[in-house]
Design a protein around this ligand. Structure first.
Ligand SMILES: [Zn+2]
Length: 66
């Protein structure tokens, strides 16, 4: 199994060629932007404002107070 990482969805574990294609599609549509949570420059899909680690914190109810 291969692991991939991107800033939209975090780590991906993939065996399936379709998943790999989707991953590359996401990567190719992502743009470099500043995460609204941590201020890091990350590659995100245009409609996303937060990187994966910030999105996870939001989901878990942490305050993002950087
Ligand atoms: Zn972030």
């Amino acid at each position: 199994m291969k692991s991939y990482y991107d800033s939209n969805f975090g780590h991906w574990d993939m065996n399936d060629g379709d998943d790999v294609d989707f991953y590359h599609d996401v990567q190719s549509r992502s743009v470099t932007k500043t995460c609204q949570g941590c201020g890091h420059r990350v590659k995100l899909l245009p409609q996303y404002g937060y990187c994966d680690s910030c999105a996870t914190k939001i989901e878990q109810g942490f305050d993002l107070d950087y």
